[in-house]
Design a protein around this ligand. Structure first.
Ligand SMILES: [Fe+2]
Length: 168
């Protein structure tokens, strides 16, 4: 969200602002994930990130459907938080160290991203429900569920293999 120039006169304005922020965040994630996939060593982790890249492309499309349902054009509101989270992810991608520790670091970065998105989608979905935007609420809920599932999958990979090997 920008520090200057945002006018929020209504919950509708705020809702649009929130989905513009998510739209920018998702676009950034589609650029970042391929680099994380390359940097990952665990086959399970690579696969999970690859699956989530495909899902993320769907999240971009869903947000475009939300905008068009409101007769608006998709616009991006620079998401400073996601920029920061992905910068931290970039540090992990570039880090030197044993592959399993690096994988654990990539998961740590990716789960921060997932939690940010879960928060954003939960809020946007709840605003959509309050505003009576039933279709938008359903689309946002679908994405929220995929973010939650992706987060859970990363926890499973960390606990069952990556962290175990990283601790050796
Ligand atoms: Fe997403």
């Amino acid at each position: 969200m920008s520090l200057f120039g945002t006018t929020l006169n209504s919950l509708e304005d705020l809702f649009i602002n929130q989905i513009e922020d998510l739209y920018d965040a998702e676009k950034r994630i589609t650029k970042a994930l391929p680099k994380m996939i390359d940097a990952a060593s665990s086959a399970n982790l690579k696969q999970a990130l690859q699956n989530h890249l495909t899902e993320t492309e769907g999240h971009v499309t869903r947000l475009e459907r939300v905008f068009s349902g409101l007769n608006g054009t998709p616009e991006r509101e620079t998401c400073q938080a996601m920029k920061g989270l992905l910068d931290e992810g970039e540090d992990m991608i570039k880090a030197d160290g044993p592959p399993d520790v690096k994988d654990a670091a990539l998961i740590a970065a990716a789960q921060r991203v997932e939690h940010y998105e879960m928060s954003g989608y939960g809020t946007a979905r709840t605003f959509a429900q309050r505003l009576g935007y039933t279709d938008a609420a359903a689309l946002l809920q679908n994405t929220l569920q995929e973010e939650m599932a992706a987060d859970k999958k990363l926890t499973e990979i960390a606990e069952s293999s990556v962290n175990v090997r990283a601790a050796r």
